[in-house]
Structures are given as C-alpha cells and as structure tokens.
Design a protein around this ligand. Structure first.
Ligand code: F0G
Length: 773
C-alpha cells in the first residue's frame, strides 16, 4: 500500500500574513504577492499509515528499481512529484552514519554519530536537493539552470545538469572557492563565472538574472531543492531504526539545509513515522554568523525579536570555511522556524575551534571539509554550556567531503593555516597565521605530540629551508601566572617582538644588530649578551651547528623587565631563527624544551610559541607539557605597566622557598577553577580564580603602588586581576569599562609618584610566526 499521495501538493508562501498558494508548475522562487519564501505543502488528505511507510522504505533497500537506489527517491511518498516524473538522479544519498569515538571524547560525550553527507556523488549534501531541483527543471522545460555558489552547489548543479542535458551557468565569488570545487564544475561542463564580490553579491545578481523565465534558479531559495534535502532526515532516522536522537546539529550558511532538516523531521512527525522531534541546532563560523547573532538577540529576551525577528546581514563575512562564508542567508526565516519548533539553538564557533574539530574528525578516519566541522566544534560548546548532556544521543551532519579543500588541510598541518593581512600593516605584508591548538608532550626519551583529546599525532613536516635568505620571526608577548596559576599559566598578547635576520657571509663579526623600540640599549644591545643571539647560539650548539654571520634587525614592542615575557619572546625568536638559518627542522617540542631550559620556566615561552592561553607543566621526568586551551574572544586584557622595571631575579628572590599546605591548596583550587570558568563560560568565577597566595603578596612590596593596584576592588566590567608574570605590570581581565578600569589601576601607581602605561590588548592567537622574505 502507498500510504500517502502527493497529488494535492502546492507551493505556499511561508509568511503567516500572506500564505498565498501557487501551483507546483509555476516557476517561482518567492511569493509574487509579498516576496516571502515559498515552500511545498503536501495537502494530502489520505491518512498516513506510518508503519506501512516504514516497511515500504525498508523493503526498497533491497530493490533493483533505479529510484530505490537513490537515498532521496526511495522516500518519494514525501516528494511533490508524480510517478512518471523524469527523474534526474546519480544515486545520491545512501550516506553512512558513522560512530566517531574520538570526536565524542573531544566533545565530552559518551558517543557521537556523524551523518556523512560528503559521501554523496559530488562530495556534498547538495546532491540530495539537486536531484529534485533539476528534475523540476526538466518538468518545467527549462534549457538553462543557474546558481550562485560558494562551490558545492555549483559542482552539484553542474553534474546534474550534465546528466539532464541542460546548460548550466554558475556564479562564484572570485578567489573564494576551493580549487577542487571549481575543478568539479569545469569537469562536469558548467560555465563558471567569477564575480568580484562575495557570495551574497553573487546571490543578488543571480536572482536578477533568474527573472528571465528561460533560466531556472536552483539555489536553496528554490523550494524543490529543500524537498530533496529533507529526505536526509528520513534516511538518517531509518539508520537509527526510527529511534529519534536527542540532538541533530548542522552547519549554517545560506540556511537551506537547516530549513530542510526542520521540514523533514516535522513531516515525519506529523505522519506519525516518529513520535517526537529531535532538537535541531545550527552552528555558524564566528566571522559569518548573522543567524547566530539574531538568535543571541532573541535569547536576551528582546520581545521585538520574538514578534518580528529581523536578520542583520554581516556585510563582510569572513571565515576559512569558505562554503559557509555567507552574510545574508536567504532561508533564515525557515531555519528559525525549524530551530524554534524543535527547541534547538544557534551558535557560532571560532576559526580555531573549526580547525581543531576538523582535525579530530579526521583522526577518526572520517574527515570532512572545514564547514562541516563547525558541527563538532559547536557540539563541544553545547556540551560545555550544559545544553547537551554527556549521555544523550547526538548526530552531527557532515556536509562536505575532506577532499573538497585540501589546501586547508596541508596548511593546518604545516602550521600556516591561512594568510591574513594584519590590520594597520601594508597590504603586501602577509603573515602566516598558525591556528592549530596542540598539546605537546615532550618526554625525555620519546617525542610525541598529543592533541586535546589525548591523541598522538605525528610531528608535522615543516619547511625551514631558508639558508641564505632573509627570515623574519614575530613572537608575541605573554602574561604568566594570571594570579593563582603560578608557573603554569601563560597568555599570549598582541604585542610583538619582530626580528629579521639576514645571512651576511662576508662579515667578520658573528652578528651585527640594529634594534628599535623597547629595550634598546639593554638586553637587546648589540653585544654577545644579547638574548636573541644567545638563544640562537644555545639552540645551534644543542644541534651541533654553527650560526653563520648574520645581521639582526629587531623591532620590539614588549617592554623589558615589566612582566610581559620579553625574554621569553627573545628566546623563542632566537631558537626559531637558529634552526631556520641552519636549514634544520626543529619541532615545536624541541623549541619549547630549549626555551624552557634557557628561561627557567615554561609558562611564558609556551604562550609565546603557541599563542592563546596555554597551561604549561613540567612532567616528573623533566619533560614539558603544554596544553593550549580555549580563550573567549570577548575577554580582553588591560595591562598597566608602571614606569619602573622589576628584574625577574629580584622578583624571584622575594619568593619563599616554603609555602604552607593551606596556601598551596588555595592556589591549586583556584588554578583549576580558572580553567573550568573559562571552559564553562562562568566568567563571574574568574575573580575568585585569580586570587593568589603564593607570590603576589611577596612581590607587591617591591614596587610602590603595586599593593594598592592589586587590591583594586571588584567593579563593573572587571572579571579578574593579577600580577602579570613576576610584575610589576598588572593584568586585568575585562569585558567592558576598559578606560575606567585602566585609569583606576594606573591611579594606584600615580599616587606614589609613578607614571604608567595602560594598554588594552587582545589575546594573540597564532603565536610565533615565521616568514621568508
Ligand atoms: N556545508 C557545506 C559543505 C556547504 O557547501 C554549505 C553551503 C553549507 C554547509 C551550508 O549549508 O547553505 O544550506 O546552510 N554551501 C552553499 C554552496 C552555499 O554554494 O555550495 P546551507
């Protein structure tokens, strides 16, 4: 028995005040009356027999019928096509549902399943919607099919158009689509048109073009695309034996996919095929997150956003997950309805989180393209935030295949994930930004790298064949300790030491030096005592090498003797340069080990090397462990540096060799609390977490005004307050009221006749950077 018929299907405007209906064969993309989005409505009045449907879909798994070989057309009772529709299919769908134990552990879950839509014929989920959209193009008698795309829709359309014998033109943003996707479109015979602009511009242009009726637009604004894509919900649930998972998580770009999943789940629920709805969560990339921003505004209880929500487009969306680099998603209203109806959430994740999640998915032997990894990164956050419980059933939808963007992968593993122009620098000045978070375990005997989930990874290839050329290294400042995390917390700051070295084979001197900025005339002087040169020689000696004669040009923004890791930065710069100049690959493990040996402690050097917030620890066997942890983008750092240097040796000498059990416990508790507060976004706990009993009290008397500054009471905007490293700079963690906070702390020194410099800094993400010139 066929349980449902589709002969009463039609197109309906989704706007509640309009709801206009149109026939299936009217070539429309939005409602001609009100411009609202259209969706297919199945008005069938035939009572559904859910059990019969489930049986039928099951039996088709073994059927030789070509339609049943498609994971979309197998569920044709849900589709608005008649039995004799001229189907254009590539046996799409049929994608696996994998267990992903490492990713589960990474997210803090007992188990996690990944529905890999990247296993479709053209390597993305788009095929499931393209089969129905191009079938509809055939029904309408279209000659040319078009789309705007970030790459996957284009590749998919080109393939299905080729199958249907239709002309295909695609509009893509120039320079923003991976080569693999462009290559696919060309191979399938698509006409590729590049525009100077982004996806949203391309979308606008293509919609204008599609006003010509001879052209058929198949972006996800086309409701027939959504119909095909919604069947993935059925396939996924069938793979779960119709046991509804608690959460399904999808990436969000133009939001057609979110809308399709929502529609699929809802229709299956209404047909009685499932007895409840899973919560549908959408995850966007931080730099292209207009939908997440809208959701956040609604969460803040804005009644306006509830009654008539509006999406504010992101004008210049930015993300390396180019598939979802979209600032004005077309289907946001449908997606919002789906999320709201299922009790889901919309969130955004950073580039770092996407890259790390992607690497973890790869380590499960699965892999995906960057946009897909937003799901796992998002799930980790949702678990942290208590939205998802460790024991719940969770499915992440991977939307694209790993081979869609191999450049990204190679760069990630070369520690040069992407090139980015630094603000305020000439446009030709491109820096390699490292965004890989690592946990490094450097054993005395073994050198193994492990990632956040404790997974051993191979040491990555590095290219340091720089002999004879000029090399520049840039190293961030760092704040150590952060209160209770004595000798174990390091935070990299956007204040840099930049050192450029040129080999000078004719020179008789071992090195010549020019330095500018902070520290000129002190330890950055051109003597053999110079810390950069000392670190270079130290590392070269360890490696049995000799540094060739060189010219060093240092530009330093990091004040010396100020507790901001200027020596750690000089050491990291020196060790890095020595390896590069000697054409020797030196792993991060060794850089960290040598640097720690020279510096005496690992917190500052680890932060300077890796960037971000790093927990560093000396292992029992003398090994160094450094774990890069999450640092929230919205917590900024105010550094108040009194104009009086405090030599580290003096600050160290002030410490007591013995501490009480109670004081040690106090600090251990607070250091643990600090990381927990960050991970769980409990920023209100940072105040308590930065209270220290091991060193600040002993050091605060060394500089007039420091005790007062450290006793600054809790006030609006101030999350935490501590001595930066050995001092005398004071570090305040803040979310707002930056000016007032900086002034209040500076005033404490001023009262004692000491001027100070107040800096508002962001946390440095990439860590040490190397550039060939
Ligand atoms: N993941 C991948 C791999 C994608 O290619 C896209 C969208 C998405 C997620 C987001 O899905 O737009 O339905 O929210 N790619 C489109 C394209 C925009 O042109 O290929 P969405």
């Amino acid at each position: 028995m066929t349980a449902v018929t589709i002969d009463l299907a039609l197109q309906r405007c989704i706007e509640p005040d309009c709801g206009a209906r149109y026939g299936l064969n009217e070539q429309l993309y939005v409602c001609p009356r009100c411009d609202g989005l259209l969706e297919i409505e199945n008005e069938s009045n035939v009572a559904a027999d859910a059990e019969a449907l489930r049986r039928q879909w099951h039996s088709r798994l073994a059927s030789p019928d070509e339609r049943d070989g498609s994971g979309v057309w197998r569920y044709r009772e849900l589709l608005p096509f008649s039995a004799d529709a001229p189907i254009v299919s590539l046996a799409e769908g049929n994608t696996p549902l994998y267990d992903s134990p490492r990713a589960a552990r990474y997210c803090g879950l007992n188990a996690l399943k990944l529905k890999h839509q990247g296993c479709n014929p053209t390597g993305s989920f788009k095929d499931t919607g393209m089969t129905t959209a191009v079938t509809q193009a055939r029904i309408l008698g279209a000659r040319t099919v078009v789309c705007a795309s970030t790459g996957n829709t284009a590749a998919s359309l080109a393939a299905y158009a080729a199958r249907a014998g239709l002309k295909c033109a695609i509009l893509v943003p120039r320079g923003q689509v991976s080569h693999a996707k462009l290559a696919q479109s060309l191979d399938y015979g698509g006409i590729v048109l590049e525009i100077d602009g982004n996806f949203d511009d391309a979308m606008r242009i293509i919609r204008e073009l599609a006003e010509d009726e001879s052209i058929y637009l198949v972006n996800s604004i086309n409701p027939f695309r959504i119909e095909g894509q919604k069947t993935v919900a059925a396939e996924l649930l069938q793979q779960c034996a119709w046991q509804v998972p608690d959460h399904v998580v999808v990436p969000g770009g133009n939001l057609g996919n979110s809308a399709a999943f929502g529609k699929g789940f809802k229709e299956l629920f209404e047909l009685g095929v499932i007895d409840r709805l899973p919560r549908l969560h959408v995850v966007q990339a931080e730099g292209a997150a207009p939908f997440a921003q809208l959701f956040a505004r609604r969460e803040q209880n804005s009644t306006v956003e509830y009654s008539s929500p509006t999406l504010t487009p992101v004008k210049h969306p930015q993300t390396l997950a180019t598939a979802i680099k979209i600032g004005a998603p077309v289907s946001w209203k449908k997606a919002l309805r789906a999320v709201t109806e299922t009790g889901g959430r919309v969130s955004s994740v950073s580039e770092q989180e996407i890259a790390d999640a992607k690497a973890i998915i790869g380590r499960d032997g699965i892999g995906c393209e960057p946009a897909s990894a937003t799901t796992v990164a998002g799930i980790k956050r949702l678990v942290n935030d208590g939205v998802i419980d460790r024991g719940e059933k969770v499915i992440a939808v991977l939307t694209g295949h790993l081979l869609k963007d191999t450049d990204y992968i190679i760069k990630y593993h070369q520690d040069s994930l992407y090139t980015q122009k630094r603000p305020g620098r000439p446009s030709s000045d491109i820096w390699n930004l490292t965004t890989r978070a690592t946990t490094l375990k450097i054993g005395a005997s073994t050198e193994r790298m492990t990632d956040e989930a404790g997974i051993a990874v191979e040491d990555r290839p590095r290219s340091t064949n720089l002999c004879g050329s000029a090399i520049e290294v840039r190293v961030p400042a760092s704040a150590g300790n952060l209160g209770a995390g004595f000798d174990c917390f390091g935070l990299a700051l956007q204040l840099y030491l930049t050192v450029r070295v040129t080999v000078d084979p004719q020179s008789l001197q071992p090195f010549r030096m020019r330095s500018r900025g902070e520290g000129y005339g002190t330890s950055l002087s051109p003597t053999a005592d110079n810390l950069i040169f000392r670190a270079m020689s130290f590392a070269a000696e360890k490696q049995g090498l000799t540094v060739p004669p060189i010219s060093i040009d240092a530009q330093n923004e990091i004040p010396l003797g100020s507790g901001l890791g200027s020596s750690a930065a000089a050491i990291i710069a020196g060790i890095t340069l020595s390896a590069a100049l000697c054409d020797r690959e030196l792993s991060n493990d060794l850089v960290l080990r040598y640097a720690t040996e020279l510096e005496g402690h690992s917190d500052n050097v680890a932060a300077s090397l890796f960037g971000g917030f790093v927990v560093a620890c000396t292992g029992q066997d003398g090994s160094v462990i450094a774990v890069r942890k999450y640092w929230p983008k919205d917590i900024k750092v105010i550094i108040v540096s009194p104009h009086t240097a405090l030599e580290t040796a003096r600050a160290r000498a002030a410490l007591s060799p013995l501490v009480s059990h109670a004081d040690a416990v106090h600090n251990v508790q607070r250091a643990a609390l600090f990381t927990a507060a960050l991970e769980g976004h409990h920023y209100d706990l940072l105040w308590e977490a930065t209270r220290d009993r091991l060193h600040q009290e002993r050091r605060e008397s060394l500089v007039p005004g420091l005790a007062d500054a450290l006793a600054t009471p809790r006030r609006p905007g101030l999350l935490g307050l501590a001595l930066s490293g050995a001092g005398p700079s004071v570090i305040a963690l803040a979310q707002d009221h930056f000016d007032e906070l900086g002034m209040a702390i500076a005033e404490c020194f001023h009262k004692h006749g000491i001027n100070s410099t107040v800096r508002l800094l962001d946390v440095d993400e990439p860590g040490r950077q190397i550039k060939r010139l």
